[in-house]
Ligand binder design. Sequence first.
Ligand code: 4AD
Ligand code: MG
Length: 447
Amino acid sequence: MATLIRVDQIAAYEGQEVTVRGWVYNRTDKGKLCFLLVRDGYGYVQCVAFKGDLPEELFDRMVRLPQESAVIVQGTVRKDGRAPGIPGGYEISVRDLQIVHEAALDYPMALKEHGVDFALDHRHLWIRMPSQWAVLRVRAKVIQAAREWLNANGFINMDTPILTPNAVEGTTTLFETQYFDEGSAYLTQSGQLYNEANIYAFGKVYCFGPTFRAEKSKTRRHLTEFWMLEPEMAFTDLDGLMEVEEQLISHIVQTVLRECQPELKSLKRDTTRLEKVQPPFPRISYDEAAEILRQIYEQESDPERKELLRFEWGMDFGSPHETELTNRFEKPVFVYGYPTAVKAFYMQPWPGRPEVCKSVDLLAPEGYGEICGGSERIYDYDLLLERIRQHNLPQEAFKWYLDLRKYGSVPHAGFGMGVERVTAWLCGIEHVREAIPFPRTIKRVYP
Ligand code: 4AD
Ligand code: MG
Protein backbone atom coordinates (compact mmCIF):
# COMPACT_ATOMS: atom_id res chain seq x y z
CA MET A 1 0.00 0.00 0.00
CA ALA A 2 1.25 3.46 -0.90
CA THR A 3 1.53 5.96 1.98
CA LEU A 4 -0.93 8.85 1.98
CA ILE A 5 1.24 11.98 2.06
CA ARG A 6 0.92 15.76 2.28
CA VAL A 7 2.43 17.64 -0.63
CA ASP A 8 4.36 20.01 1.68
CA GLN A 9 6.27 16.96 2.99
CA ILE A 10 6.95 15.36 -0.38
CA ALA A 11 10.75 15.71 -0.15
CA ALA A 12 10.81 13.07 2.60
CA TYR A 13 9.33 10.47 0.20
CA GLU A 14 11.76 10.59 -2.72
CA GLY A 15 11.76 7.28 -4.58
CA GLN A 16 8.76 5.98 -2.64
CA GLU A 17 5.31 4.93 -3.74
CA VAL A 18 2.78 7.45 -2.39
CA THR A 19 -0.88 8.50 -2.53
CA VAL A 20 -2.02 12.12 -2.86
CA ARG A 21 -5.64 13.20 -2.55
CA GLY A 22 -6.62 16.49 -4.07
CA TRP A 23 -7.94 18.54 -6.96
CA VAL A 24 -6.71 19.19 -10.47
CA TYR A 25 -5.44 22.75 -10.64
CA ASN A 26 -4.11 22.55 -14.17
CA ARG A 27 -3.62 20.00 -16.92
CA THR A 28 -1.29 19.87 -19.94
CA ASP A 29 -1.25 17.10 -22.50
CA LYS A 30 1.71 16.26 -24.70
CA GLY A 31 0.68 13.27 -26.85
CA LYS A 32 1.54 10.23 -24.78
CA LEU A 33 2.15 12.33 -21.65
CA CYS A 34 -0.38 14.00 -19.40
CA PHE A 35 0.65 16.44 -16.67
CA LEU A 36 -1.75 17.19 -13.83
CA LEU A 37 -0.91 19.92 -11.34
CA VAL A 38 -2.68 18.61 -8.25
CA ARG A 39 -3.29 20.64 -5.10
CA ASP A 40 -4.05 18.85 -1.84
CA GLY A 41 -4.47 21.82 0.52
CA TYR A 42 -0.84 21.63 1.64
CA GLY A 43 0.78 22.35 -1.70
CA TYR A 44 0.75 21.90 -5.45
CA VAL A 45 2.50 18.97 -7.14
CA GLN A 46 3.02 17.93 -10.73
CA CYS A 47 1.78 14.40 -11.51
CA VAL A 48 2.99 12.89 -14.78
CA ALA A 49 1.15 10.04 -16.49
CA PHE A 50 2.52 8.07 -19.43
CA LYS A 51 -0.07 6.57 -21.76
CA GLY A 52 1.49 3.10 -21.68
CA ASP A 53 1.37 2.95 -17.85
CA LEU A 54 -2.39 3.33 -17.46
CA PRO A 55 -5.43 1.49 -18.83
CA GLU A 56 -6.35 3.19 -22.11
CA GLU A 57 -9.83 4.19 -20.97
CA LEU A 58 -8.44 5.85 -17.80
CA PHE A 59 -5.78 7.77 -19.73
CA ASP A 60 -8.48 9.01 -22.14
CA ARG A 61 -10.55 10.31 -19.23
CA MET A 62 -7.47 11.86 -17.69
CA VAL A 63 -6.60 13.98 -20.74
CA ARG A 64 -10.13 15.38 -20.66
CA LEU A 65 -10.31 16.03 -16.90
CA PRO A 66 -11.69 19.50 -16.18
CA GLN A 67 -9.93 21.83 -13.75
CA GLU A 68 -11.04 21.26 -10.11
CA SER A 69 -11.90 17.60 -10.60
CA ALA A 70 -11.20 15.62 -7.43
CA VAL A 71 -8.63 12.83 -7.75
CA ILE A 72 -6.64 10.29 -5.79
CA VAL A 73 -3.24 9.79 -7.39
CA GLN A 74 -0.83 6.95 -6.73
CA GLY A 75 2.73 6.95 -7.96
CA THR A 76 6.44 7.31 -7.31
CA VAL A 77 8.05 10.51 -6.05
CA ARG A 78 10.87 11.75 -8.26
CA LYS A 79 13.19 14.67 -7.65
CA ASP A 80 13.26 17.09 -10.58
CA GLY A 81 14.45 20.65 -10.12
CA ARG A 82 12.25 21.86 -12.99
CA ALA A 83 8.99 20.43 -11.67
CA PRO A 84 6.50 23.23 -11.01
CA GLY A 85 4.49 23.32 -7.81
CA ILE A 86 4.62 24.57 -4.26
CA PRO A 87 7.12 23.74 -2.80
CA GLY A 88 8.02 22.32 -6.26
CA GLY A 89 11.14 20.40 -7.30
CA TYR A 90 9.43 16.98 -7.05
CA GLU A 91 6.93 15.21 -9.23
CA ILE A 92 4.88 12.04 -9.05
CA SER A 93 5.04 9.41 -11.80
CA VAL A 94 1.45 8.23 -11.90
CA ARG A 95 0.80 4.48 -11.53
CA ASP A 96 -2.89 4.75 -10.79
CA LEU A 97 -5.55 7.43 -10.70
CA GLN A 98 -8.99 7.45 -9.17
CA ILE A 99 -11.42 10.14 -10.33
CA VAL A 100 -13.60 10.99 -7.35
CA HIS A 101 -15.52 13.85 -8.95
CA GLU A 102 -15.43 15.20 -12.45
CA ALA A 103 -15.93 18.97 -12.14
CA ALA A 104 -18.34 20.91 -14.35
CA LEU A 105 -16.73 22.44 -17.41
CA ASP A 106 -17.74 26.03 -16.70
CA TYR A 107 -15.36 26.69 -13.75
CA PRO A 108 -15.61 30.48 -13.31
CA MET A 109 -12.09 30.93 -11.97
CA ALA A 110 -10.44 29.18 -14.93
CA LEU A 111 -6.77 29.99 -15.44
CA LYS A 112 -6.92 33.41 -17.02
CA GLU A 113 -6.86 37.01 -15.82
CA HIS A 114 -9.85 38.10 -13.75
CA GLY A 115 -10.88 41.55 -12.60
CA VAL A 116 -10.81 42.19 -8.86
CA ASP A 117 -14.59 42.44 -8.51
CA PHE A 118 -15.11 39.23 -10.43
CA ALA A 119 -12.53 37.48 -8.27
CA LEU A 120 -14.15 38.82 -5.08
CA ASP A 121 -17.61 37.68 -6.23
CA HIS A 122 -16.05 34.24 -6.57
CA ARG A 123 -14.05 34.38 -3.36
CA HIS A 124 -15.36 30.89 -2.45
CA LEU A 125 -13.40 29.57 -5.44
CA TRP A 126 -10.63 32.18 -5.59
CA ILE A 127 -9.14 30.92 -2.32
CA ARG A 128 -8.07 27.78 -4.20
CA MET A 129 -5.58 29.74 -6.30
CA PRO A 130 -1.93 29.67 -5.23
CA SER A 131 -1.62 33.39 -4.46
CA GLN A 132 -4.71 33.47 -2.24
CA TRP A 133 -3.94 30.11 -0.70
CA ALA A 134 -0.43 31.30 0.18
CA VAL A 135 -1.64 34.54 1.79
CA LEU A 136 -4.22 32.72 3.92
CA ARG A 137 -1.63 30.17 5.03
CA VAL A 138 0.64 33.02 6.12
CA ARG A 139 -2.33 34.55 7.99
CA ALA A 140 -2.85 31.31 9.90
CA LYS A 141 0.85 31.26 10.77
CA VAL A 142 0.73 34.87 12.00
CA ILE A 143 -2.07 33.89 14.40
CA GLN A 144 -0.34 30.70 15.51
CA ALA A 145 2.97 32.49 16.16
CA ALA A 146 1.27 35.31 18.06
CA ARG A 147 -0.57 32.91 20.36
CA GLU A 148 2.63 30.91 20.85
CA TRP A 149 4.57 33.97 21.99
CA LEU A 150 1.83 35.28 24.26
CA ASN A 151 1.16 31.91 25.86
CA ALA A 152 4.90 31.39 26.45
CA ASN A 153 5.24 34.83 28.03
CA GLY A 154 2.62 34.66 30.73
CA PHE A 155 -0.44 35.99 28.88
CA ILE A 156 -3.72 34.16 29.29
CA ASN A 157 -6.38 34.13 26.57
CA MET A 158 -9.66 35.74 27.66
CA ASP A 159 -12.30 36.11 25.00
CA THR A 160 -14.34 39.28 25.14
CA PRO A 161 -17.93 39.80 23.99
CA ILE A 162 -18.90 40.71 20.45
CA LEU A 163 -22.30 42.17 21.37
CA THR A 164 -21.65 45.16 23.59
CA PRO A 165 -23.57 48.06 25.13
CA ASN A 166 -21.08 50.81 24.20
CA ALA A 167 -18.43 52.26 21.88
CA VAL A 168 -14.66 51.84 22.40
CA GLU A 169 -13.11 53.59 19.41
CA GLY A 170 -15.50 56.47 18.75
CA THR A 171 -19.21 56.46 18.11
CA THR A 172 -19.11 57.15 14.36
CA THR A 173 -18.11 53.64 13.31
CA LEU A 174 -20.59 51.56 15.34
CA PHE A 175 -22.69 48.79 13.87
CA GLU A 176 -25.96 48.91 15.74
CA THR A 177 -28.45 46.14 16.30
CA GLN A 178 -31.72 45.82 18.25
CA TYR A 179 -31.17 43.66 21.35
CA PHE A 180 -34.54 42.20 22.43
CA ASP A 181 -36.15 44.58 24.93
CA GLU A 182 -32.80 46.00 26.08
CA GLY A 183 -32.55 48.63 23.38
CA SER A 184 -29.51 48.92 21.12
CA ALA A 185 -26.46 46.70 21.23
CA TYR A 186 -23.33 47.26 19.13
CA LEU A 187 -20.88 44.93 17.43
CA THR A 188 -17.57 45.31 19.24
CA GLN A 189 -14.88 47.65 17.88
CA SER A 190 -12.31 46.24 20.31
CA GLY A 191 -12.16 43.92 23.33
CA GLN A 192 -9.93 46.34 25.21
CA LEU A 193 -12.34 47.62 27.85
CA TYR A 194 -13.18 44.07 28.94
CA ASN A 195 -9.50 43.18 28.94
CA GLU A 196 -8.96 46.03 31.36
CA ALA A 197 -11.34 44.18 33.70
CA ASN A 198 -9.60 40.87 32.96
CA ILE A 199 -6.12 42.10 33.97
CA TYR A 200 -7.37 42.70 37.52
CA ALA A 201 -8.19 39.00 37.72
CA PHE A 202 -5.32 37.57 35.63
CA GLY A 203 -2.48 40.14 35.34
CA LYS A 204 -1.62 39.72 31.66
CA VAL A 205 -4.31 38.76 29.16
CA TYR A 206 -5.09 38.83 25.47
CA CYS A 207 -8.22 38.53 23.43
CA PHE A 208 -8.37 37.57 19.80
CA GLY A 209 -11.48 37.88 17.75
CA PRO A 210 -13.43 39.64 15.06
CA THR A 211 -13.96 43.38 15.48
CA PHE A 212 -16.27 45.64 13.53
CA ARG A 213 -16.01 49.19 12.26
CA ALA A 214 -18.60 50.87 10.09
CA GLU A 215 -15.67 52.59 8.34
CA LYS A 216 -16.72 54.81 5.49
CA SER A 217 -13.09 54.90 4.32
CA LYS A 218 -12.55 52.90 1.15
CA THR A 219 -8.79 52.42 1.50
CA ARG A 220 -6.64 49.38 0.89
CA ARG A 221 -6.12 49.13 4.67
CA HIS A 222 -9.70 49.11 5.89
CA LEU A 223 -12.19 46.33 6.36
CA THR A 224 -15.52 46.61 8.18
CA GLU A 225 -14.88 43.25 9.87
CA PHE A 226 -11.30 42.46 10.82
CA TRP A 227 -9.49 40.34 13.38
CA MET A 228 -7.60 41.94 16.20
CA LEU A 229 -5.19 40.51 18.73
CA GLU A 230 -5.24 42.59 21.92
CA PRO A 231 -2.79 42.07 24.77
CA GLU A 232 -3.36 44.04 28.00
CA MET A 233 -1.07 44.20 31.05
CA ALA A 234 -1.38 45.42 34.64
CA PHE A 235 1.53 47.39 36.18
CA THR A 236 2.84 48.41 32.75
CA ASP A 237 3.82 51.76 31.24
CA LEU A 238 4.45 52.89 27.67
CA ASP A 239 8.06 51.62 27.61
CA GLY A 240 6.99 48.20 28.89
CA LEU A 241 4.29 48.13 26.23
CA MET A 242 6.70 48.88 23.38
CA GLU A 243 9.05 46.12 24.56
CA VAL A 244 6.25 43.56 24.42
CA GLU A 245 5.11 44.80 21.00
CA GLU A 246 8.54 44.62 19.38
CA GLN A 247 9.17 41.14 20.76
CA LEU A 248 5.77 39.84 19.68
CA ILE A 249 6.01 41.33 16.18
CA SER A 250 9.58 40.06 15.73
CA HIS A 251 8.56 36.57 16.81
CA ILE A 252 5.70 36.59 14.32
CA VAL A 253 7.89 37.83 11.45
CA GLN A 254 10.74 35.42 12.14
CA THR A 255 8.36 32.45 12.49
CA VAL A 256 6.70 33.26 9.17
CA LEU A 257 10.12 33.62 7.50
CA ARG A 258 11.19 30.26 8.90
CA GLU A 259 8.02 28.28 8.32
CA CYS A 260 6.36 29.87 5.27
CA GLN A 261 9.20 29.91 2.72
CA PRO A 262 7.20 28.08 0.01
CA GLU A 263 4.30 30.52 0.42
CA LEU A 264 6.53 33.63 0.41
CA LYS A 265 8.43 32.34 -2.62
CA SER A 266 5.25 31.67 -4.53
CA LEU A 267 4.17 35.23 -3.72
CA LYS A 268 7.58 36.45 -4.98
CA ARG A 269 7.99 38.33 -1.71
CA ASP A 270 11.40 39.99 -1.34
CA THR A 271 12.14 39.19 2.31
CA THR A 272 15.36 41.19 2.80
CA ARG A 273 13.67 43.86 4.87
CA LEU A 274 11.62 41.38 6.86
CA GLU A 275 14.80 39.59 7.93
CA LYS A 276 15.88 42.76 9.76
CA VAL A 277 12.76 42.78 11.95
CA GLN A 278 14.37 42.13 15.35
CA PRO A 279 14.16 44.12 18.61
CA PRO A 280 14.71 46.94 19.32
CA PHE A 281 12.57 49.00 16.94
CA PRO A 282 13.24 52.73 16.57
CA ARG A 283 11.06 55.02 18.72
CA ILE A 284 10.20 58.58 17.78
CA SER A 285 7.82 61.00 19.41
CA TYR A 286 4.87 62.48 17.58
CA ASP A 287 6.60 65.88 17.96
CA GLU A 288 9.66 64.56 16.11
CA ALA A 289 7.50 62.91 13.47
CA ALA A 290 5.55 66.16 13.00
CA GLU A 291 8.80 68.10 12.52
CA ILE A 292 10.04 65.58 9.91
CA LEU A 293 6.71 65.79 8.07
CA ARG A 294 6.64 69.58 8.21
CA GLN A 295 10.07 69.68 6.56
CA ILE A 296 9.06 67.17 3.90
CA TYR A 297 5.97 69.27 3.20
CA GLU A 298 7.97 72.48 2.90
CA GLN A 299 10.54 70.92 0.57
CA GLU A 300 7.97 69.33 -1.77
CA SER A 301 7.78 71.20 -5.08
CA ASP A 302 5.04 69.24 -6.90
CA PRO A 303 1.81 71.06 -5.89
CA GLU A 304 -0.36 67.94 -6.05
CA ARG A 305 1.93 65.94 -3.78
CA LYS A 306 2.37 68.95 -1.55
CA GLU A 307 -1.37 69.04 -0.91
CA LEU A 308 -1.34 65.33 0.00
CA LEU A 309 1.58 65.86 2.36
CA ARG A 310 0.18 68.96 4.06
CA PHE A 311 0.92 68.59 7.77
CA GLU A 312 0.69 70.59 10.95
CA TRP A 313 1.13 69.59 14.57
CA GLY A 314 -2.17 68.22 15.84
CA MET A 315 -3.18 66.31 12.72
CA ASP A 316 -3.50 62.55 12.58
CA PHE A 317 -1.26 60.88 9.98
CA GLY A 318 -2.71 59.97 6.62
CA SER A 319 -1.22 57.11 4.68
CA PRO A 320 1.14 59.38 2.60
CA HIS A 321 2.53 60.67 5.92
CA GLU A 322 3.00 57.17 7.30
CA THR A 323 4.77 56.13 4.11
CA GLU A 324 7.14 59.12 4.27
CA LEU A 325 7.94 58.42 7.91
CA THR A 326 8.50 54.69 7.58
CA ASN A 327 10.70 55.14 4.50
CA ARG A 328 13.31 56.64 6.83
CA PHE A 329 13.64 53.43 8.84
CA GLU A 330 14.56 49.85 8.00
CA LYS A 331 12.41 48.30 10.71
CA PRO A 332 8.90 49.04 11.91
CA VAL A 333 8.91 52.32 13.87
CA PHE A 334 7.06 53.32 17.03
CA VAL A 335 5.51 56.78 17.07
CA TYR A 336 4.47 57.71 20.61
CA GLY A 337 2.82 60.67 22.33
CA TYR A 338 0.04 61.67 19.90
CA PRO A 339 -2.17 64.70 20.45
CA THR A 340 -4.94 63.81 22.88
CA ALA A 341 -7.53 65.29 20.53
CA VAL A 342 -6.99 62.70 17.76
CA LYS A 343 -6.98 59.66 20.06
CA ALA A 344 -9.52 57.69 22.10
CA PHE A 345 -11.09 58.88 25.37
CA TYR A 346 -9.31 56.34 27.61
CA MET A 347 -5.71 57.34 26.96
CA GLN A 348 -3.51 58.47 29.86
CA PRO A 349 -2.33 62.10 29.52
CA TRP A 350 1.39 62.84 29.27
CA PRO A 351 2.62 64.12 32.65
CA GLY A 352 2.71 67.93 32.52
CA ARG A 353 1.44 68.00 28.89
CA PRO A 354 -2.27 67.20 28.82
CA GLU A 355 -2.49 68.02 25.08
CA VAL A 356 -0.44 64.87 24.45
CA CYS A 357 -1.30 61.30 25.50
CA LYS A 358 0.66 58.17 26.30
CA SER A 359 -0.30 56.42 23.09
CA VAL A 360 1.87 54.54 20.63
CA ASP A 361 1.31 53.32 17.10
CA LEU A 362 3.60 50.87 15.35
CA LEU A 363 4.10 51.70 11.67
CA ALA A 364 5.31 49.00 9.27
CA PRO A 365 7.79 49.73 6.46
CA GLU A 366 7.21 49.57 2.69
CA GLY A 367 4.10 51.75 2.85
CA TYR A 368 2.06 49.39 5.07
CA GLY A 369 1.58 51.95 7.83
CA GLU A 370 -0.12 51.38 11.18
CA ILE A 371 -0.21 47.71 12.20
CA CYS A 372 -0.64 48.20 15.97
CA GLY A 373 -2.28 50.88 18.08
CA GLY A 374 -2.07 51.06 21.86
CA SER A 375 -1.61 53.19 24.96
CA GLU A 376 -1.43 53.52 28.69
CA ARG A 377 -4.98 53.78 30.03
CA ILE A 378 -6.35 56.42 32.37
CA TYR A 379 -6.31 54.87 35.83
CA ASP A 380 -7.71 57.78 37.83
CA TYR A 381 -11.48 57.63 38.48
CA ASP A 382 -12.23 61.36 38.28
CA LEU A 383 -10.21 61.96 35.15
CA LEU A 384 -11.84 59.01 33.38
CA LEU A 385 -15.29 60.24 34.35
CA GLU A 386 -14.43 63.69 33.00
CA ARG A 387 -13.31 62.18 29.67
CA ILE A 388 -16.44 60.06 29.34
CA ARG A 389 -18.49 63.24 29.81
CA GLN A 390 -16.36 65.29 27.40
CA HIS A 391 -16.78 62.62 24.72
CA ASN A 392 -20.57 62.55 25.29
CA LEU A 393 -20.47 58.85 26.09
CA PRO A 394 -23.36 57.34 28.05
CA GLN A 395 -22.10 57.27 31.64
CA GLU A 396 -24.51 54.50 32.64
CA ALA A 397 -23.01 52.05 30.11
CA PHE A 398 -19.54 52.75 31.49
CA LYS A 399 -20.36 52.21 35.16
CA TRP A 400 -18.58 48.86 35.27
CA TYR A 401 -15.56 50.33 33.47
CA LEU A 402 -15.35 53.15 36.02
CA ASP A 403 -15.53 50.56 38.84
CA LEU A 404 -12.12 49.29 37.69
CA ARG A 405 -10.68 52.65 38.82
CA LYS A 406 -12.16 52.17 42.31
CA TYR A 407 -10.89 48.74 43.29
CA GLY A 408 -7.14 48.24 42.95
CA SER A 409 -6.52 50.59 40.01
CA VAL A 410 -2.92 50.48 38.68
CA PRO A 411 -1.06 51.90 35.67
CA HIS A 412 -1.77 49.54 32.84
CA ALA A 413 -1.38 49.40 29.08
CA GLY A 414 -2.24 47.38 26.02
CA PHE A 415 -2.44 47.41 22.26
CA GLY A 416 -4.31 45.94 19.34
CA MET A 417 -2.64 44.29 16.35
CA GLY A 418 -4.60 44.07 13.11
CA VAL A 419 -4.10 40.54 11.77
CA GLU A 420 -4.96 41.43 8.17
CA ARG A 421 -2.62 44.42 8.12
CA VAL A 422 0.27 42.32 9.44
CA THR A 423 -0.51 39.55 6.95
CA ALA A 424 -0.71 41.99 4.01
CA TRP A 425 2.66 43.46 5.01
CA LEU A 426 4.38 40.07 5.37
CA CYS A 427 2.96 38.86 2.04
CA GLY A 428 3.70 42.14 0.26
CA ILE A 429 0.15 42.37 -1.11
CA GLU A 430 -1.65 45.53 -2.09
CA HIS A 431 -4.93 45.24 -0.19
CA VAL A 432 -6.03 43.84 3.19
CA ARG A 433 -9.15 42.31 1.64
CA GLU A 434 -6.99 39.44 0.34
CA ALA A 435 -5.65 38.78 3.84
CA ILE A 436 -8.94 37.41 5.20
CA PRO A 437 -10.88 34.42 3.82
CA PHE A 438 -14.16 36.29 3.21
CA PRO A 439 -13.67 40.07 3.29
CA ARG A 440 -16.29 42.55 4.43
CA THR A 441 -16.00 46.09 3.09
CA ILE A 442 -18.53 48.91 2.68
CA LYS A 443 -19.61 47.51 -0.66
CA ARG A 444 -19.32 43.81 0.06
CA VAL A 445 -21.06 41.23 2.24
CA TYR A 446 -21.14 38.48 -0.44
CA PRO A 447 -20.16 35.65 -0.49
O1 4AD B 1 -5.77 51.57 16.56
P1 4AD B 1 -7.00 50.79 16.84
O2 4AD B 1 -8.31 51.39 16.48
O3 4AD B 1 -6.92 50.42 18.40
C1 4AD B 1 -7.89 49.86 19.15
O4 4AD B 1 -8.94 49.41 18.74
C2 4AD B 1 -7.49 49.68 20.59
N1 4AD B 1 -8.70 49.60 21.42
C3 4AD B 1 -6.66 48.43 20.70
C4 4AD B 1 -6.13 48.19 22.08
O5 4AD B 1 -5.40 49.04 22.57
N2 4AD B 1 -6.45 47.08 22.67
O6 4AD B 1 -6.91 49.38 16.10
C5 4AD B 1 -5.82 48.53 16.34
C6 4AD B 1 -5.32 47.93 15.04
C7 4AD B 1 -4.79 48.96 14.05
O7 4AD B 1 -3.46 49.30 14.32
C8 4AD B 1 -4.91 48.20 12.73
O8 4AD B 1 -3.84 47.29 12.57
C9 4AD B 1 -6.18 47.39 12.95
O9 4AD B 1 -6.36 47.28 14.35
N3 4AD B 1 -7.34 48.04 12.34
C10 4AD B 1 -7.91 47.67 11.19
N4 4AD B 1 -7.62 46.70 10.32
C11 4AD B 1 -8.41 46.56 9.22
N5 4AD B 1 -9.47 47.34 8.96
C12 4AD B 1 -9.82 48.34 9.82
N6 4AD B 1 -10.89 49.08 9.56
C13 4AD B 1 -9.01 48.54 10.99
N7 4AD B 1 -9.07 49.40 12.02
C14 4AD B 1 -8.05 49.09 12.83
MG1 MG C 1 -5.19 53.26 15.55
